[in-house]
Design a protein around this ligand. Structure first.
Ligand SMILES: NC(=O)c1ccc[n+]([C@@H]2O[C@H](COP(=O)([O-])OP(=O)(O)OC[C@H]3O[C@@H](n4cnc5c(N)ncnc54)[C@H](OP(=O)(O)O)[C@@H]3O)[C@@H](O)[C@H]2O)c1
Length: 358
């Protein structure tokens, strides 16, 4: 890990640096930046952070991950504690982009201690970064903060985009049942997280909240790996009644969407980062089985999921809540998905998994 007090960050204060010069590669029109961007990723040591760090480094940008460590990576890593200012703040001075991903993982039981940690690690780091960025002489021109597609209500009936989607919290999920309290907790965290992000005034820094769906990567320990293991064990049938929608995004499109949001100076506020075609869980699992050439899979009824989640120290919300989230603003802005449909995305992820493990 770098000693943050040792050297001044690369490119700080460079007058030629202009985010206007930066145009993403791929489906986006326009020339690539003539100079690399300085991109700082608080909490960038996790699954999503590694996807972004690799993506941006491969494109010649300078990546710095803020970590509580110990964490080593092929890019610069700098220590922070996520709670206090320190020498790490100099890496944000003169940086182009801050992408905050810090937060205690949600794959755990929502007991009192975990709830506190899930909430405080997100709201605390966001407030800390807000106060630091607001006080910089040369703040990043754009700050993207993680949020979540879980902020929307349990939705089977229609798509949730940014303009017409309804936020969740105590909603009716069937004729007589309201959303369980654990679901309300997640929605409450997401609302507080975005409130903490948008409440601080940063007049020279554009802000985008990433309402991300589950990001699927062909790597061990990821959600894709967990779902794939179920398929391999012939347990990859529908979960619950299978009618709940799954919002998802291929990691390549996640990184490209973030790149697009960095480049597009006209976009700010909440943005859904999800593939345009969420689908019911039973179809989602069927396509994953197909991709693995495992046509059959036992279903997991809701009760079995609740019991299994208890023993696995996780929450059934992660599979039973219906997330029907669509990327209204990204599509309107002209973003093109490489993997808009799940069957093709699943095939690609399986192909990559096999290639890595051959
Ligand atoms: N993965 C998804 O599909 C998905 C979907 C929607 C939203 N999100 C959100 O996007 C963010 C990144 O997701 P991810 O999957 O990459 O998460 P992750 O793998 O859990 O990584 C998050 C990072 O946050 C840091 N962290 C953990 N507890 C912390 C604390 N108390 N204070 C400060 N930092 C702490 C950790 O870094 P260090 O230990 O190195 O400090 C960790 O590597 C998360 O906030 C998540 O809620 C993710």
């Amino acid at each position: 890990m770098d000693d943050p007090s040792a050297t001044s960050p690369q490119g700080a204060g460079s007058p030629e640096f202009s985010i206007q010069d930066f145009r993403p590669q791929g489906s986006i029109q326009g020339p690539m930046s003539s100079r690399p961007l300085r991109i700082v990723l608080p909490g960038g040591s996790g699954q999503v952070g590694q996807v972004l760090a690799r993506h941006f480094q491969e494109r010649g940008h300078h990546v710095t991950v803020l970590t509580r460590g110990p964490y080593t990576a092929p890019w610069q890593t700098v220590h922070w504690d996520g709670e206090h200012t320190g020498p790490w703040t100099e890496y944000l001075e003169g940086a182009d982009v801050c992408i905050n991903l810090a937060g205690r993982g949600v794959n755990c039981r929502y007991d009192a201690a975990n709830r506190q940690a899930i909430h405080d690690s997100r709201i605390g780091t966001t407030r800390l970064l807000g106060s630091v960025i607001a006080g910089l002489a040369e703040p990043p021109r754009v700050w993207l903060n993680a949020s979540t597609a879980t902020i929307y209500r349990h939705a089977i009936d229609r798509d949730m985009d940014e303009a017409t989607g309804e936020l969740g919290g105590n909603e009716l999920i069937s004729k007589r049942r309201r959303a369980p309290e654990t679901w309300n907790f997640s929605v409450g965290v997401a609302k507080d997280w975005e409130a903490a992000f948008f409440e601080v005034r940063t007049p020279r820094t554009r802000k985008v909240a990433l309402r991300s769906a589950i990001t699927l990567s062909p790597t061990p320990g990821s959600a894709f790996a967990v779902l794939s293991r179920l398929v391999w064990l012939s347990l990859g049938g529908k979960q619950g009644n299978g009618r709940q929608f799954v919002s998802w995004i291929h990691e390549a499109d996640f990184a490209r969407a973030v790149e697009f949001l960095i480049a597009r100076e006209d976009l700010d506020g909440p943005v859904n980062v999800a593939a345009p075609n969420p689908l019911p869980n039973r179809e989602f699992m069927a396509a994953l089985r197909e991709a693995w050439e495992m046509p059959n899979g036992f279903p997991a009824p809701a009760l079995a999921i609740a019991i299994g989640a208890f023993f696995l120290r996780t929450e059934s919300e992660l599979v039973l809540k219906s997330r029907r989230v669509v990327p209204g603003r990204l599509l309107e802005a002209g973003f093109e998905f490489e993997f808009p449909e799940w069957p093709e995305a699943a095939e690609d992820l399986v192909r990559q998994w096999r290639h890595r493990n051959d």
